[in-house]
Design a binder for this molecule. Structure first.
Ligand code: NAD
Length: 425
């Protein structure tokens, strides 16, 4: 089948390559010429482990090509995946500007029956909107179907996740489109949930909101544990082994960030409000998440003598989590802004993210030099394996704030550090 991927970001590029692997002919379309040129040259312009090898292989084999030529891309393909961004818009709603633009273009250039698939995370009712946006732009009436097929991959393990999904969700309203989608995913072993587009759209938001809720639960519980002198990591293990709860997304830390959770939780809150049945539980999830940063800041301030003015702070990690270069809504960047707001001098390091406007060093040794404290913000493996004994003499004061509870407290304290994790007693 000839597949068009519109939007060659983290999701679009991964999805396109997965379909190449399944034997399809794929075109990747983006407005950004820089990205298209890089991808067509077999170069991944973002950081995602393992993906560049697959890209190089399929570009060389001409199973995938990348273009900015919208008209031909739409005309030549049978199935069109919309993978553009759906960022946080005004009043917490998902901003569908990019999706609407793509739908309009598809309508304008449609030349025969096509299945249009929304893989972007879009609010309930968007399949219907996309249908209307396409129709409004069609010069003459050509039949088509719109299907919702949300994506659940995680940055950092995108390839593995896209190849081994827990489930595939297909929200179609016609048998013809459903048959096309079944055929596309026929080689996958996981359960396939077939439902209508609205339920499919809701599944994605419900999944992300539930995971965000687990994080806020353990973070708020961590504060209680802190007051009681309990190690919250033991609680995570103790409850996570219960199969009804599960161990994932139960690590206390600095709060969730990234390009999905904050915007998706907010968008579902807005959807719920529009129904007149607000999801108050999710409003709490957001509130707890915002407070977690403040809680962490308060600790840093207290330990450093109540004032951060002229203190030098080394921040390790800018990405919102390990194994990605994505800094959208990164807790680290939010913290850095707060630290600088309190007149601290901030020195930063990240193994892959290059920051503009921050004092960044390429080596951890340089970053911690003269620091009053180190804050671990991203759970990169590189940081777990640092030689802390060698770093200690470089610092002004041996203080570590572990925003990810990733270091072994006992070992670090044995080296003479003052160590503060998140209720990591
Ligand atoms: P991204 O920002 O990395 O990529 C989006 C791409 O779309 C950009 O390259 C942009 O240039 C392009 N684009 C915008 N308008 C276009 C147009 N009219 N024509 C062609 N290209 C256009 O975004 P992403 O992280 O891949 O996310 C895409 C969607 O998938 C979002 O809705 C997101 O919520 C969802 N999602 C993301 C992840 C993730 O981990 N990143 C996981 C699951 C779902």
């Amino acid at each position: 089948m000839k597949i068009l991927i519109v939007g060659t970001g983290y999701v679009g590029t991964t999805t396109g390559l997965i379909f190449c692997k399944m034997g399809h002919q794929v075109t990747g379309l983006d407005l950004d010429e820089r990205k298209i040129n890089a991808l067509q040259a077999g170069k991944l312009y973002f950081y995602e482990p393992g993906l560049e090898d697959l890209l190089t292989k399929h570009v060389s084999a001409q199973n995938i090509r990348f273009t900015t030529d919208t008209e031909n891309a739409v005309k030549e393909n049978d199935v069109i995946f919309i993978c553009v961004g759906t960022p946080l818009g005004p009043q917490g709603k998902a901003d569908l500007t990019f999706v609407k633009n793509v739908a309009g273009t598809i309508g304008r250039y449609m030349n025969h029956y096509k299945v249009i698939v929304t893989k972007s995370t879009v609010p309930v009712g968007t399949a219907e909107n996309v249908t209307n946006w396409i129709k409004e732009n069609q010069p003459s009436s050509i039949p088509f179907d719109v299907v919702s097929n949300p994506e659940f991959l995680r940055e950092g393990s995108a390839l593995h996740d896209a190849l081994n999904p827990d489930r595939i969700v297909i929200g179609a309203s016609s048998d013809k489109a459903r048959a096309v989608m079944r055929n596309l995913y026929k080689d996958f072993q996981c359960p396939i949930i077939e439902t209508n587009p609205q339920a499919s759209e809701m599944i994605k938001y419900a999944a992300n909101s539930f995971l965000a809720m687990k994080i806020s639960f353990i973070n708020e519980l961590a504060r209680v544990c802190d007051a009681l002198g309990i190690n919250v990591n033991d609680i995570s293990t103790g409850i996570g082994l219960d199969h009804r709860i599960g161990p994932h997304f139960l690590r206390a830390g600095m709060g969730f960030g990234g390009s999905c959770f904050p915007k998706d939780v907010n968008a579902l809150i807005q959807t719920s409000k529009e129904t007149g049945r607000p999801l108050s539980i999710l409003e709490k999830v957001v509130q707890v998440n915002d407070e977690q940063q403040l809680y962490f800041m308060k600790k840093i301030r207290q330990v450093l003598g109540g004032n951060l003015e002229n203190k030098t702070i080394a921040v390790l990690g800018l990405a919102f989590k390990a194994n990605t270069d994505d800094t959208r809504e990164s807790p680290s960047l939010i913290l850095i802004e707060k630290l600088r707001g309190e007149q601290a001098a901030v020195q930063v390091h990240d193994p892959v993210v290059k920051s503009a406007g921050l004092m960044q060093f390429s080596k951890v040794e340089e970053t911690v030099k003269g620091a009053d404290a180190v804050i671990l913000c991203t759970d990169w493996n590189d940081y777990k394996n640092l030689d802390w004994a060698a770093l200690k003499p470089l610092m002004k004061q041996p203080v570590i704030f572990d925003g990810r509870n990733m270091l072994n407290k006992t070992k670090i304290e044995e080296l003479g550090f003052r160590y503060l994790g998140v209720a990591n007693h």
